[in-house]
Design a protein around this ligand. Sequence first.
Ligand SMILES: O=C(O)c1ccccc1NCC(=O)[C@H](O)[C@H](O)COP(=O)(O)O
Length: 400
Amino acid sequence: MEGLVSLKTTPPGLSFHASPPSTSARNLSLVRRSLPASSMGTRRRNGVVSIRAQQSETKDESATVSPANGDVETALKVKEWEVGMFHNEVAATQGIRIRRRPPTGPPQHYVGPFEFRIQSEGNTPRNILEEIIWHKDVEVAQLKERRPLFRLKNALDSAPPTKDFVGALRAAYQRTGLPGLIAEVKKASPSRGILREDFDPVEIAQAYEKGGAACLSVLTDEKYFKGSFENLEAIRNAGVKCPLLCKEFIVDAWQIYYARTKGADAILLIAAVLPDLDIKYMIKICKMLGLATLVEVHNEREMDRVLGIEGVELIGINNRNLETFEVDISNTKKLLEGDRGQKIREKDIIVVGESGLFTPDDIAYVQEAGVKAVLVGESIVKQSDPRKGIAGLLGKDISS
Ligand SMILES: O=C(O)c1ccccc1NCC(=O)[C@H](O)[C@H](O)COP(=O)(O)O
């Protein structure tokens, strides 16, 4: 199976290196939490063997961890790996190509009782989105360790009340006759590098608001976008009234709570990354916290999946293929044609056209296709006066 590493028994007597696990039991629960209960047990597939039996047969004296701990930790590590692989298999049945990071780290560390055969680039991300997600998994595990959910409670209780993200988009559409603008506070991106050197997130946010933006999107990923949760918090605390989207790569429900503590009013869920069960679960959490969810799709299959999920109010169609960086705004039109467009109208879902929008003609094109909101970063953040950038993008001054 593509992307999987197969475990096979090998003749006894080969050495067994019980290297300390890079992940812990806690991380196992991270992986498990998004799987249906039915998938929790040990799975046996062709070539995947019972861990405990194999270890006791062939364990080498040169192993550096104590036998008891080593057995348990190694068994856990391999179980984590199995569960992670199963997660990827479930995701693949939904057409999700982005694999989650192998939870045990490089499986080459397991030698001896098992023979590892790498069937493809199982340990190397295949594209930028996968790389971002693999990095995010590690980052979130570390953040969670420092601030477990119960420690966020006080911050959650004292977070400012949420603002109505969806309502603001509807109101802007009514007011201007143009798609409601979600203006993105974006310093850099993997595809374009640094977009703006003199980057003051609060100043930019205030300029967007004055320029008539309905909502703001604040990138919080540091490694690939040079964003931060401090930016989100600073914008919220500066008295900006626009509802704020926390533009993050969400892989774990913990991030949703964290975003709320930093003042988010909405979060992004990427269908190319999250199986349906995760999306449903996360939407429920958002509703509980008063957050809106922007569920992002890129192709017909993702759109059909998301249209089958109850409670979705906002669907973003990304014109940028996050695996290849190709931008094509006709993607928005393609995904809104025929039955899909009909279903969206029946469900009264607001569609947000995302990425690659630069001119009034681009805006008119996606509006004609059926969007009622747009998410724009590059074309406005690069302008010396982002406020004027908005008027240039939309072809008219919409500041109120
Ligand atoms: O912008 C990127 O290069 C990028 C790469 C990989 C994953 C996500 C990426 N962008 C996130 C976005 O969706 C955009 O920031 C957003 O739609 C605004 O796009 P644009 O107006 O083209 O800056």
